[in-house]
Design a protein around this ligand. Sequence first.
Ligand code: ATP
Ligand code: MN
Length: 483
Amino acid sequence: MAFNKRIKIKNILEQAPIDSEVTLMGWVRTKRGNKNVSFIALNDGSTITNYQIVADPTVISEEILKKCSTGACLKVTGKVVASQGSGQSSELNAESIEVLGEADPEKYPLQPKKHSLEFLREIAHLRMRTSTFSAVFRIRHALAFAVNKYFNDKGFFYIHTPIITASDAEGAGETFKVTTLDLMNPPKNTEGKIDFKQDFFERETNLTVSGQLEGELAAMALAEIYTFGPTFRAENSNTTRHLAEFWMIEPEMAFYDAEDNADLAEDFLKYVINYALENCQDDLQFLENRLTEEEKNKPADQRSEMSLIEKLKFVSENDFVRITYTEAIDILRNSNPNKKKKFQYLIDSWGADLQSEHERFLVEKHFKKPVILTDYPKDIKSFYMRQNEDGKTVAAMDILFPGIGEIVGGSQREERLDVLTKRMEEMNIPQEEMWWYLDTRRFGATPHAGFGLGFERMVQFVTGMGNIRDVIAFPRTPGNAEF
Ligand code: ATP
Ligand code: MN
């Protein structure tokens, strides 16, 4: 007989088939009781809710019950009955329990008590067995599904761009090298440098920092595409918003200008947030309660004005603010923290790069709404962004979210070959290596635009988790690649 003849707890809760005979499989969260009866809270990952197993010691032997400790994996068969206790509508009267895997209480690190997120990060191989993390990862799944559904329903095509590339698209140089050369003894060329011609790809390669450039090539044929894949940045930024390996969603569209691009990004973000609100109610409620508890430990003036779900509704129901970089600089220059020298980086002139403290001021203090910032100075943005008529700014947009800062970075792309190549010269970007990218401007060029959304920052926003390390199963950050 097949092993997996089980019902999921989620389904039992939805259907509550009173009096039916079912088999459950899952992990023990807690066990309590006395010599007459034991109550086991079982969780099988299908939902935040544990299901109560009632075990009568005249039916289930003491020896078995002893093994049903926190963390043990069980197969339980019994009858669904209306619950006597409060807190659940039905429960399972165990007729037989098979211990699939024991968890020695002396050694199992996840005993039922409050653990800090920092401690749980050290046992990332087990942390998904907590309510908090299982909720986060169910929501993460729902968001990933919503991303694909949104674009599919709009007729966008999902393109898988390469993970190993020869270009450092952004020119930032923060890449992880990919090589099969012997690091102890790499071949050298006549100039004494490493001879990558002898490497696997016969050139220097790295892990991709963005799928955009290849995405643009696809958009010049399929018109509306998106990528959703891993990206890698060897930036040594130990913040709560940066990972060395993260997932990025990058739509790229022919026949879109900067305004079309912003409209799409806003609609997309609202759709995905709404999808979570509609499909992850229990998990969101759990995380909201968790945050409310956490907030009680904060001083009153640092508590947030809205609960998690209120905040998600607020963002999905209200228009984002759209302002230019120049307008933002005026606001920041005249702001209190700037006048009182509270910013670490004071804003004194046009052209300054915005730091996260400025972005957060605009979003959290000044507008109290998501903000789409457009038309940045060309000198602080990438070579491929389309130059505006003023000769000083480019058609860039960043979307800033409360608590997160930058969640989206995008632009209308420079489709004019002469303007693009001139800019590449100014920025010392080698054109020979990018011949294929420039070909799209030589043959059938058209206005087009796109953006990149950091998926983990989105998951952070929706779950309310403060640290990006807690929304990806096995985070990669400087000094961390254990699991
Ligand atoms: P930041 O200034 O926050 O480092 P960025 O300007 O480097 O961001 P982009 O290169 O525009 O970001 O990348 C597009 C999106 O990818 C960002 O808006 C953000 O959501 C996400 N992102 C960028 N770097 C990281 C990272 N190290 N970890 C997680 N997400 C990231
Ligand atoms: Mn960055």
